[in-house]
Design a protein around this ligand. Structure first.
Ligand code: KG4
Ligand code: ZN
Length: 343
């Protein structure tokens, strides 16, 4: 009898994914089929289109993942599926698929919270011990989680409006840069002066770990329009300066709020203090460097899972399923999809 082996399914947003993961931390297969092209003409994820695409793609993703792992369904020990939160049609497609597979094989079925999947990934990739602090920063999420156990999370704070990735994406749109906005704003920022424009640092004057990014977007819009009105257009250098200032503001706010979240976390006297970041925005070098510096100064280990496991994927769901299963949380023939599901 080898280590537990789980199939994971993810379909809560715009990626259809299936993965096979072992309890010893080996990712035997991780297949992700994105839908970016399907939604591109609409300028955002269209829930009905997403749900249909998930329903069409899930079976193939499962087949591909099993083939890549060199396993059959009967070799598995369980099936884990994202059962929320997310776009309900997509979540339902995944849950239906998983329920069908479980019914057909008699394998245990474990429902996984998508955010828990992200939050437990550093245990899969870096073997972090509980408790650790997690900063989840992506296009859809921004929150600090104190991770105490596979089923024990405290939210220390989060964005009260946009997620930072969303802010980067909107900034790119305002400045005529390609999507996804994060990488293109970062590339422009490298050529700019972060001090040329003054951007606000939202919520720094308020205590706590909550964040806000929508004001930055408004500030960017104003600065852009003032420049265009004054010069009849946007100079290249001005655009780079705007990107640099905007990115620096986000990095500063994230660093300061992380400092506060770390203080709360360190108060719990963790034996092996660690901060993990996850989500697409964790790829940003300015942000990463700011967080790394902060951790180094406080004697806290800094980790960031590789990007393919930081962004939406099913390996994190399979892994979270294994962790939950080991706690004795196996369900669930009657597993349901939950559009909202706070950790
Ligand atoms: O985690 P992710 O792939 O998807 C979800 O939001 O679920 O994150 C995508 C987000 C996008 O908004 C993208 O602009 C942002 O992460 N992103 C970045 C960078 N690379 C990706 N933001 C800032 N700097 C980057 N280098
Ligand atoms: Zn996600």
């Amino acid at each position: 009898l080898g280590p537990l082996t789980f199939l994971g399914l993810e379909s809560s947003c715009d990626d259809t994914a299936a993965a096979v993961v072992r309890a010893d931390g080996t990712v035997l297969a991780s297949v992700v089929a994105g839908q970016t092209a399907l939604h591109a003409p609409f300028g955002g994820v269209v829930p009905e289109i997403a749900a249909r695409a998930h329903a069409e793609k899930l079976d193939t993703c499962v087949e591909e993942a099993l083939a890549e792992a060199g396993l059959r369904l009967s070799d598995l020990d369980g099936i884990a599926v994202t059962s929320g939160p997310g776009l309900i049609g997509g979540v339902m497609s995944g849950v239906m698929c998983a329920r069908g597979l479980a019914a057909g094989t008699g394998l245990p079925l474990v429902g996984v919270n998508h955010l828990a999947g992200h939050a437990l990934t550093p245990r899969l990739t870096d073997g972090l011990a509980f408790p650790y602090l997690m900063l989840l920063v992506s296009g859809g999420h921004c929150q600090f989680l104190l991770v105490r156990g596979p089923d024990s999370f405290s939210r220390l704070g989060g964005t009260i409006d946009d997620a930072p990735g969303e802010a980067f994406d909107k900034a790119a749109k305002l400045l005529g840069l390609p999507q996804p906005g994060g990488p293109s704003v970062e590339a422009e920022a490298a050529k700019g002066n972060p001090k040329a424009f003054r951007f606000p640092r939202p919520l720094l004057d308020r205590p706590g770990c909550d964040l806000s990014f929508s004001g930055l977007k408004t500030a960017l819009l104003r600065a852009r329009d003032t420049e265009i009105a004054g010069h009849g257009g946007l100079y290249r250098q001005t655009r780079a300066d705007l990107c640099a200032g905007f990115q620096q503001a986000i990095a500063d706010v994230l660093a300061e709020k992380t400092r506060r979240a770390l203080a709360v976390y360190l108060d719990t006297a963790p034996e092996q203090p660690a901060l993990a970041v996850a989500g697409g925005v964790a790829a940003n070098t300015a942000i990463r460097t700011a967080l790394e510096r902060l951790c180094a100064a406080q004697g806290v280990r800094f980790t960031a899972p590789p990007l393919r496991l930081c962004t939406d994927n099913a390996a994190m769901i399979a892994w979270a399923g294994i962790e939950r299963f080991r706690l004795g949380i196996a369900t669930e023939a009657d597993l349901i999809a939950r559009p909202r599901w706070p950790l």
